[in-house]
Design a protein around this ligand. Structure first.
Ligand code: TYM
Length: 419
């Protein structure tokens, strides 16, 4: 003020006193407000800034002000960060490999929990095509399934205006950060991944490097967007845990670079098993699972699958939730609960005294009705390729912007020369 207005130092002194008094009054008024109340915290921080200005002014010591400038700046950064935290939405991110047609498992375990989150969270969902090629794919099928998957995401309620929907290979930062994180994921950790062991045993003639380092790419997918939550089915929890280990290791060396993500696993539907083998997860790969139901299946096909679903060989023939002794029935109950929102107790009551012959078609019908609008909307959208292209182009643009910000930071931290 003194510099700008050419006023005598007393003006500065006066301003310091006025500001500090005003703030004192304000703090007194808001004294009873919880200390974590944002406005209160903000004022406390602002008061620190004014305290420094005041002291500099009262002692008329410019060097004091200069010496404290760093602390003023730090406080300002804190205030801005705090305000951002208050106003910014939390971030959610997830993806699915287009390695097979989407199944009821992918829907109930993942997508169903993504829809309707867009108001509360900033959401990113993608087609994980880079991950798909860890197992050999027919190129034409992979292209078709990737677009179909986008249409199905939208048909499941993911509004592209409110969610960022994109194809992983369109955002080159995934592969780049994936490489960096490979150097921070340990051989032992990667060897322990259940999915790697499982896939390696099923593809003995193609145990490639990508299959092994898959979790580092998945960590990159996640960390590029600094999400708070990663909504996945039970089988992906281990990969999210590994991502958390990488965050801890990386941040331990370079400071606060990545936000720690949390897996977000649904209470019902997190693990949908095959209808023909209730010991195995319902899988997207045709050659792995004959007991699967796909989102685009005809109602007649779905009904047939449920009617021939394996129930248990006990003599009881009664609908009771007992995953240990009656895994087939428990799986059907899990599906029915996830689709209708009923509890296991409600379901037991509903089918009390009726056998599996009534229960199985009832589950089939509930699933048909749940998937019908999705199938119809996705079919309609598949005919509109121009619309799908506009969605994935806009998604890639937005995702790249966010991803580049994180990648730039990482490159700087690890010591790459900026171009
Ligand atoms: P993927 O493609 O195998 O499965 C996609 C999502 O569907 C869930 N899911 C199931 N949930 C319940 N029961 C089932 N039978 C079932 N089958 C699949 C999975 O848990 C998953 O949430 N690596 C991931 C894809 C991925 C990813 C990511 C996910 C790549 N990058 C980053 C989250 C964040 C995968 O193979 O999912």
């Amino acid at each position: 003020l003194w510099v700008v207005r050419g006023s005598p130092p007393t003006y500065v002194l006066l301003w310091g006193i006025i500001l500090n008094t005003a703030m004192g009054c304000f703090l007194r008024i808001f004294k009873d407000v919880e200390t974590n109340c944002s406005i209160y915290t903000l004022w406390l921080q602002a008061r620190q800034v004014c305290g420094i200005i005041h002291r500099a002014a009262t002692s008329w010591n410019l060097s004091y002000f200069v010496s404290k400038w760093a602390s003023v700046w730090e406080t300002y950064a804190k205030v801005v960060k705090h305000m951002q935290q208050q106003t910014e939405k939390k971030v959610m991110l997830s993806g699915i490999k287009p390695s097979g047609d989407l199944t009821l498992g992918s829907y109930l375990g993942a997508i169903k929990n993504w829809a309707a989150r867009a108001e509360e969270f900033e959401c990113y969902y993608f087609m994980a095509d880079l991950h798909s090629i860890t197992v050999r794919q027919n190129p034409a099928d992979l292209r078709r399934r990737t677009l179909e998957q986008l249409a199905q995401y939208i048909a499941c309620g993911l509004d592209p205006e409110k969610n960022t929907l994109f194809i992983q290979s369109h955002v080159h930062q995934h592969a780049e950060l994936g490489w960096v994180l490979n150097c921070y994921a340990m051989f032992g950790e990667l060897s322990r991944m259940t999915q790697f062991k499982d896939k390696a045993s099923k593809n003995a003639d193609n145990i490639n490097g990508g299959l092994f380092t898959y979790p580092s790419l998945m960590a990159a997918d996640i960390l590029l967007y600094q999400p708070d939550y990663v909504p996945v089915g039970e089988d992906q929890k281990q990969h999210v845990e590994l991502t958390r280990n990488i965050v801890q290791r990386f941040n331990g060396i370079y400071g606060d670079v990545f936000k720690m993500p949390e897996p977000y696993i649904p209470k019902v539907g997190a693990r949908i098993m095959s209808l023909t083998n209730p010991e195995a997860k319902m899988s997207k790969s045709e050659n792995e699972d004959t007991g699967r139901v796909c989102l685009m299946d005809d109602p007649a096909v779905i009904m047939k699958q449920f009617k021939r679903a394996i129930t248990d060989s006990d003599r009881e023939n009664c609908v009771r939730y007992d995953p240990e002794h009656k895994p087939g029935v428990a799986n059907l109950m899990n599906i029915y609960a996830a689709v209708t929102g009923k509890s296991y107790a409600d379901i037991e009551r509903e089918f009390d005294g009726q056998g599996y012959g009534v229960f199985k078609p009832a589950v089939g019908e509930a699933v048909v009705e749940c998937l019908r609008p999705i199938r119809e909307e996705a079919t309609r959208m598949m005919a509109d390729k121009a619309y799908l292209e506009s969605v994935y182009r806009a998604g890639a643009e937005k995702a790249s912007r966010v991803a580049q910000k994180t990648l730039r930071k990482v490159y700087k931290k690890v010591g790459f020369v900026a171009l």
